[in-house]
Write a protein that binds this ligand. Structure first.
Ligand SMILES: Nc1ncnc2c1ncn2[C@@H]1O[C@H](COP(=O)(O)OP(=O)(O)OP(=O)(O)O)[C@@H](O)[C@H]1O
Length: 479
């Protein structure tokens, strides 16, 4: 979708305020701004128009805006929502964020704040749209033997892989952090190469104990060691004509490195306990997340083997450097984990997607895949919202309940010395907030909530009663 086609729906009963903000958004964001004066009018507009973002005031009573937010989340989950909240109305901030608003802004509007929040919300939204409307030419990439991603960095990787695959002979060294897809890439180089009719044989050098790795790789002859009652061919021979994938090559001990070098240089080796050389023709694709150059410098990895293996170096970028791939990866994993399920996960709503785009992904694509799998079990037949994500994904920078909490504290501190500042009320409010948060987290389970708060269960129950908090938590959460 082109930028000029992005539409924002601005919902505010105050015509002057609405028109003022609309002018600023048109000027600074450069997109279509539609205006509605009530939640009902907004819902109609949402039916007829292709809206990317809704900015709504909460209306009096505030349930008007919250209802609209709930409806958008239910019927148009990929539309992002920003709520505008009167200064100091902490309850509304927390409720709106809990209900799935992506950001909040203040009313009366601070134009600079509103423009920044809108631009950020649209950035997230554009990534979703980009994922859905990708061009057919680019979508060819997700046919690259299951490797998903259309970021410029991945596109560059595919063009290298295409050349590597066509060549079929040169050894390849794949570098990348854990979980970036090194094995997937190794399989792709085999599947697209002239060797594809023969075996692809993966060996994880770090997972097999040193004393076993030699016989696994090279095989052994009968009587080579106690228990070798018959000869066995090794994985190198099994890969003859095909591809041998040596994962975690940096962990291979020096004596095996020498034997592997001979396989590359002379295309032959002797099985353990054997004297007759065996000829093989294998392409070696090796992978490591270690600093192999440092290992060479320190004498832990043979320099000659390093050069033989790294004829074509392939670097896979970490997920944090290609966040635009996150929506398309999520879409693919949702499809995969929904397969064969009656209650399919509907997807990730805009606020959840926004949170995931902010997260640094230390475990890369593997971590993302695991998260989608977990969500597909826990939220079958539903959309995943930011509040459903495990805590660590609700990172600072994304305006979540936690960030709102911090903002609330800051706001309180600012108020010290003011005429109506009241220590006891503020502390009591903060206590309420902690208790409600813990109860929400535990679905209303008081025993669990007490554990989270490190309070005695009886103390918590007493506080809930005294503060009459039960009424404030949505009843469905008290299971
Ligand atoms: N670009 C991608 N598209 C689709 N799935 C991916 C992609 N990258 C990784 N995955 C998936 O993530 C998981 C981890 O990938 P893989 O095992 O290839 O990573 P790795 O870099 O070899 O990890 P490690 O170094 O820990 O062995 C696999 O299930 C793989 O299918």
């Amino acid at each position: 979708m082109s930028e000029s086609m992005r539409s924002i729906l601005l919902v505010d009963g105050n015509r002057e305020a609405r028109e003022g903000l609309a002018v600023m958004l048109r000027k600074h964001i450069g997109c279509v701004v539609l205006e509605s004066q009530s939640p009902a009018e907004a819902l109609e507009a949402l039916q007829d128009q292709d809206i990317s973002l809704v900015i709504t005031e909460l209306f009096a009573p505030r349930q008007g805006g919250i209802e609209l937010l709930k409806q958008v989340r239910a019927d148009h989950p990929q539309v992002a929502v920003i709520v505008s909240v009167p200064y100091g109305d902490r309850d509304s901030v927390v409720e709106a964020l809990r209900r799935g608003a992506i950001f909040y802004i203040h009313s009366p509007y601070d134009f600079e704040e509103a423009v920044i929040a809108t631009a950020r919300a649209l950035e997230h939204r554009d990534l979703l749209v980009h994922q859905q409307k990708r061009s057919p030419k680019i979508s060819k990439s997700d046919g690259f033997h299951g490797i998903i991603g259309q970021s410029p960095k991945m596109m560059r990787l595919y063009s290298i892989l295409e050349k590597v695959a066509e060549d079929g002979e040169s050894n390849v060294l794949i570098r990348g952090e854990s979980g970036t897809g090194k094995e997937l890439v190794a399989r792709a180089t085999h599947a697209y190469s002239p060797r594809k009719g023969k075996n692809f044989v993966p060996v994880n050098c770090a997972a097999i104990p040193d004393e076993l790795l030699e016989s696994e790789l090279f095989g052994y002859v009968k009587g080579a060691f106690t228990g070798a009652n018959q000869s066995k061919i090794g994985r190198i021979q099994y890969a003859d004509g095909g591809t041998l994938f040596l994962d975690e090559i940096g962990d291979m001990k020096p004596s095996l490195q020498a034997k592997l070098l001979r396989v590359i240089q002379e295309r032959e080796f002797e099985p353990v306990g054997g004297v007759k050389p065996v000829s093989v023709n294998v392409r070696i694709v090796a992978a490591t997340h270690r600093d192999l150059e440092a290992a060479v410098a320190e004498g832990r990895f043979r320099e000659d083997l390093y050069y033989r293996l790294s004829v074509v170096p392939v670097q896979i970028p970490p997920l944090r450097e290609r966040k635009e791939d996150i929506p398309v990866l999520i879409e693919k994993f949702v499809q995969v984990f929904n397969r064969g399920r009656k209650n399919a996960l509907k997807g990730f709503a805009a606020d959840a997607m926004a949170a995931l785009l902010e997260y640094p992904w230390p475990g890369n694509v593997r971590e993302l895949e695991n998260l989608v799998q977990r969500m597909s079990v826990l939220h079958a037949d539903d959309w995943v919202s930011a509040a459903d994500l495990p805590e660590k994904y609700q990172v600072p920078g994304q305006v979540t309940g936690e960030a709102a909490g911090a903002a609330v504290v800051d706001e309180c501190v600012e108020g010290i010395g003011e005429e109506n500042f009241d220590f006891n009320t503020l502390v009591s409010d903060f206590e309420d907030r902690l208790i409600l948060k813990a109860l929400t987290k535990t679905g209303g389970n008081k025993k669990e909530a007490a554990r989270l708060l490190n309070l005695k269960r009886t103390t918590l129950i007493e506080k809930i009663k005294k503060k009459q908090l039960e009424a404030e938590v949505p009843p469905e959460e008290f299971v």
